[in-house]
Write a protein that binds this ligand. Structure first.
Ligand SMILES: N[C@@H](CCC(=O)N[C@@H](CS)C(=O)NCC(=O)O)C(=O)O
Length: 260
């Protein structure tokens, strides 16, 4: 059976679990605790030299990078295809998946940490890279007052605008079918919901298509890749801190949207 090295709340791991669940593929779970640095153990670094999750081990070979893992899964296990048959829809799918590796992932990490995780995480002893330790220390201290927060909030907000516009035109992100674009992007919407920030689309008239789409996503088998792994205690903290953060988030959004 395939093995998946992952973490319950990791966005990149959620993305792969979503694809696995949607395709009905079972896996042996190898859950790593990122806050104590388990992804930096010498044994794990042999599988994933970057020390990050997820890593899939299939046919005796480790595969890293969530985008590559999902493409691999869909090629290796063609039942319940997650890449549109239409070439242009498939191209669209890849463009949307790319968003996660070109800014959205960093924005999500900063916003999540600034609002919620900084209240839970302490410095992992195995975070050896000095620049990483220093960056985390500033985020833990400053939260949404971090100098990178306005840019990260703006990027997340822009993503929601783009997503809503796309979903005004088609039922799913890449056209007529649920695809790897959903697997890649649902976790980013879910993260906002986990932090009680669903008002960012639910209270915006021009983002109603996200509400419709997200309800349809939740009804899919793939969603279990997130919901089956939801850590209850951390969720309570994320919600509490997200509710507290709403006024500051609204201020940052007003500033980000104001014409310069
Ligand atoms: N580009 C990679 C990013 C993986 C990544 O950054 N994973 C994070 C969790 S979402 C991680 O393992 N962080 C642990 C650490 O940096 O110590 C992918 O898509 O798989």
């Amino acid at each position: 059976m395939m093995e998946l090295y992952h973490n319950d709340l990791s966005i990149c791991a959620q993305k792969v679990r979503l694809a696995l669940a949607e395709k009905g593929l079972a896996f042996e779970s190898r859950h790593l605790d990122l806050k104590i640095g388990e992804s930096h153990s010498p044994d794990y670094l042999k599988l994933n030299p970057k020390g990050v999750v997820p890593t899939l081990v299939d046919r005796g070979r480790p595969i890293g990078e969530s985008t590559i893992i999902n493409e691999y899964l869909d090629e290796a296990y063609p039942e319940h295809p997650l890449r549109p048959a239409d070439l242009l829809e498939r191209t669209d799918m890849r463009r949307w998946v790319m968003l996660t590796d070109t800014g959205l992932s960093g924005a999500c990490g900063l916003v999540s940490f600034a609002i919620a995780f900084r209240h839970e995480y302490t410095m992992a002893p195995t975070w050896k890279a000095p620049e990483k330790r220093a960056a985390r220390a500033v985020l833990i201290e400053k939260g949404l007052e971090h100098p990178g927060a306005p840019q990260a909030v703006l990027a997340y907000d822009q993503f929601l605008s783009d997503l809503a516009r796309q979903l005004d035109q088609s039922p799913w992100i890449a056209g007529r079918s649920f695809s790897l674009a959903e697997a890649a992007l649902i976790p980013y919407v879910r993260r906002l919901e986990d932090m009680a920030l669903a008002w960012m689309w639910e209270e915006a008239k021009d983002r109603a298509s996200i509400t419709r789409w997200y309800a349809a996503c939740k009804a899919r088998p793939g969603f279990r890749g997130i919901s089956d792994w939801a850590p209850q205690a951390l969720h309570a903290l994320m919600k509490e801190k997200g509710l507290e953060a709403r006024p500051r988030m609204e201020e940052l959004l007003r500033a980000a949207r104001a014409p310069s």
